[in-house]
Write a protein of this length. Structure first.
Length: 291
């Protein structure tokens, strides 16, 4: 049995679909099962509730061969690291008690981010908790999600611009969520691996934000530019959109870590994933833009 958390999330949804395509036995944890597709409701076993809850994960992890673990975002939290750690605590207890065979989790790329790097540091703290259970674990060390650009479809349509806290000439490693999901699916289905390790995930191309804007312009067939807003303005914008002080500061600290080269070493050495930024723009961004 393969247990999938966040089955309606942008990565978890793709993992579930890939496993069902292979006719694998799947169990999902869903707070709101009505958000699942009819196909998933019909073919997967559904455990209703939050995977933060001990009773829920105890039921869901029973007889599990492998678990796909994702901590969902909560922009209202008062502590980013506390949230990641608290969310993972019950799962770690059940992993140890029930002898779960393997865990694959979404984590982050980066070096020198154990402290003061916002969401990046929090993700590493979550990884350490899972590793302490002794379970065979693969942390998918993902770079920045290409899908983050979808949050700015409105400004792209209305003004031909997207914003960020990083300098326009900064090259930041990125990854398409479908490549994260594909690697997760591969590892969940492979019962041969053991031990604990990280798997860095980056795209084949290396682009600055200005370079991304050029690609977006060509794919959307309209002028698009990138506008640096600075870290403090970025933090203030998150607060204006309803994020807590802790969540906004965590995003700002993460941006600073990226600016300071947190991804650089692994970006240079990691094997490239299949989807380039241009391909992602053609196959994901453009349809969303035209919808």
């Amino acid at each position: 049995m393969l247990v999938i958390t966040t089955p309606t999330g942008q990565i978890g949804r793709q993992v579930v679909d890939a496993l069902l395509d292979r006719e694998e036995p799947v169990r999902v944890i869903a707070r709101d099962p009505s958000r699942l597709s009819p196909r998933v409701r019909e073919r997967a076993e559904v455990v209703q509730g939050s995977h933060r809850d001990l009773d829920v994960v105890t039921k869901a992890f029973t007889g599990a061969d492998a678990v796909f673990w994702v901590v969902p975002p909560d922009p209202s939290t008062r502590s980013v690291e506390g949230y990641y750690v608290d969310y993972t605590r019950a799962a770690c207890q059940v992993i140890a008690d029930q002898g779960v065979k393997r865990v694959v989790g979404v984590s982050t790329m980066g070096h020198g981010i154990e402290r003061n790097a916002g969401h990046l540091s929090a993700s590493l703290a979550k990884d350490a908790m899972i590793a302490d259970t002794g379970v065979p674990y693969r942390a998918l060390r993902a770079s920045a999600f290409m899908e983050n650009l979808l949050r700015q479809l409105g400004t792209l349509k209305d003004h031909g611009v997207f914003f960020g806290p990083q300098p326009a000439d900064l090259v930041v490693a990125s990854i398409a969520t479908r490549d994260i999901a594909a690697k997760a699916t591969e590892l969940l289905l492979d019962g041969a691996w053991s031990g604990q390790d990280g798997v860095p995930l980056v795209s084949a191309d290396a682009l600055s934000f200005d370079g991304m804007a050029q690609v977006v312009s060509e794919v959307l067939e309209r002028p698009v530019r990138y506008q640096e807003v600075g870290v403090e303005a970025y933090r203030a914008s998150m607060l204006e959109h309803g994020a807590s002080e802790a969540w906004a500061q965590g995003l700002a600290d993460m941006a600073v870590a990226q600016i300071n080269g947190a991804y650089d070493e692994e970006h240079r050495t990691a094997p490239p994933s299949p989807t380039t930024f241009r391909q992602w723009c053609e196959e994901v961004l453009r349809p969303a833009y035209l919808a």
